[in-house]
Ligand binder design. Structure first.
Ligand SMILES: *Cc1c(COP(=O)(O)O)cnc(C)c1O
Length: 421
């Protein structure tokens, strides 16, 4: 790929389009998205889309989903005024949307509840998923236990070693965690294995994808299942402040918690939307996950979006201290929101994020996930320029319990092997 390539010229796309089935306009966000998958999966994606569109219109499905979100996930989640953080900066009022208080400790379960209900509606009794850090695997194993479905989670052998606690959680929940020994033995290899399984068992099997990524209709479906975050935020902000927020911030890995809170506000141009990507050791270094700062358009996991890649178009390994943001791609809708300028995206380094973990813990009594701390860190840049009346909402995507191994090691030199989550 050329250094100065614009998004209009995408080297990976024409090749891939010839090799695979090109979906046309449907399933695109601007020029991003699509269904770049082996031919054999196209009927499965079409079937999924058909059932999904049908479910969207079905009052019964809506009622059932909201019932489980309320009684099992614990929605609506609170909208917390962060008084000491607010005083700390002395400008603008800071609120957290508390997805960390969802059952299992993060927003991910909003999506797995939605997809598992759809799977059952389609008569699929075998669920597969891929997982990197294990958080999506746990959220999938959780809903499979609840509804009594077979659950197979593919996980890189390297990740299984690093995330033993989550592996054991999944096993305790009844999932069959399958070690993937190929390639770098991490997330992308686990994803390849999950896709291979899906190709083989497509009639019986539903593939639950964990972020707003993958081929159409997944990015749209995952967004819709997380849209409840923005809907609640809008109503809660009106109740607390009598108006919309001025700024909404979220961290972006694949982009599901971010699109979940942003989507409701996309047409409200007075609400400024800010996505924070993980810069790792710096957006200009090779140890980064800053997809927009450093990546270029390309195809990964079934869709066209921004991607960290070499000049030859090979996917580069991402790095971030937070496993949930350690992904070389980003959801295609974010790529479109980036190109149109509706959302601004900024990189935050490992160091900035870890400082924010500490600041937030000590000032609010909330230990955030390291992913979430990336968004919290951006307050350092944002707040000095604001006025007292500005309202800032951060999507508090998850709690930091899962990250205590990394946090201990980072601040207190404690070598706890099992959770670099
Ligand atoms: C997985 C995860 C993320 C990143 O995923 P998105 O799809 O970008 O939301 C962010 N925060 C937490 C707590 C997570 O577990």
């Amino acid at each position: 790929m050329q250094e100065n390539q614009s998004t209009a010229e995408i080297s990976t796309a024409p090749e891939t389009a010839a090799k695979y089935n090109f979906p046309g306009k449907n399933g695109y966000f601007g020029k991003f998205g699509g269904k770049f998958v082996p031919e054999i999966l196209i009927p499965a994606l079409d079937e999924l889309e058909q059932h999904y569109q049908h479910a969207l219109q079905d009052e019964q499905f809506k009622k059932e989903r909201l019932h489980h979100l309320r009684e099992y996930v614990g929605r609506p989640t609170p909208f917390t005024l962060c008084e000491r953080l607010t005083r700390h900066y002395g400008t603008g009022k800071i609120y957290f949307k508390r997805e960390d208080l969802c059952h299992t400790g993060a927003h991910k379960i909003n999506n797995t509840i939605g997809q598992v209900l759809l799977a059952m509606r389609m008569g699929k009794k075998r669920i597969i998923a891929e997982t990197g850090a294990g958080q999506h695997g746990v959220a999938t194993a959780t809903v499979c236990a609840k509804f009594g479905l077979e659950c197979i989670v593919y996980m890189g052998a390297e990740d299984m070693k690093r995330q033993k606690l989550n592996v054991d959680r999944m096993r305790l929940l009844g999932a069959d965690v399958r070690s993937v020994e190929s390639g770098s033995k991490t997330l992308k290899d686990a994803t390849n294995e999950a896709i291979r399984d899906w190709v083989t068992n497509v009639d019986s099997t539903f593939y639950i994808i964990g972020s707003a990524v993958g081929p159409h209709p997944y990015p749209q479906m995952v967004r819709d299942f997380h849209d409840v975050i923005g809907l609640e935020t809008e109503a809660q902000c009106i109740e607390a402040e009598g108006r919309d927020p001025d700024y909404v911030l979220a961290c972006v890995g694949g982009g599901s918690n971010a699109i979940g809170i942003f989507y409701r506000f996309i047409d409200k141009k007075h609400v400024r939307l800010i996505g924070i990507e993980a810069a790792g050791e710096g957006a200009d270094t090779n140890k980064t996950a800053a997809t927009f700062s450093k990546g270029k358009p390309g195809v990964l996991h079934g869709s066209l979006s921004y991607l960290l890649q070499t000049h030859q178009g090979q996917v580069e390994l991402a790095h971030s201290i937070s496993a949930g943001l350690d992904y070389p791609g980003v959801g295609p809708e974010h790529a479109h929101l980036y190109d149109t300028g509706r959302v601004s995206y900024h990189p935050v380094t490992d160091t900035q994020a870890m400082d924010a973990v500490k600041r937030c813990s000590m000032l609010e009594g909330i230990i955030p996930a390291i992913e979430t701390a990336h968004a919290i860190a951006w307050l350092e840049e944002l707040m000095p320029g604001l006025s007292k009346d500005d309202i800032v909402v951060i999507n508090c995507s998850g709690r930091g319990d899962k990250d205590m191994g990394t946090i201990s090691e980072y601040f207190y030199g404690n070598n706890q092997e099992e959770s670099k989550a």
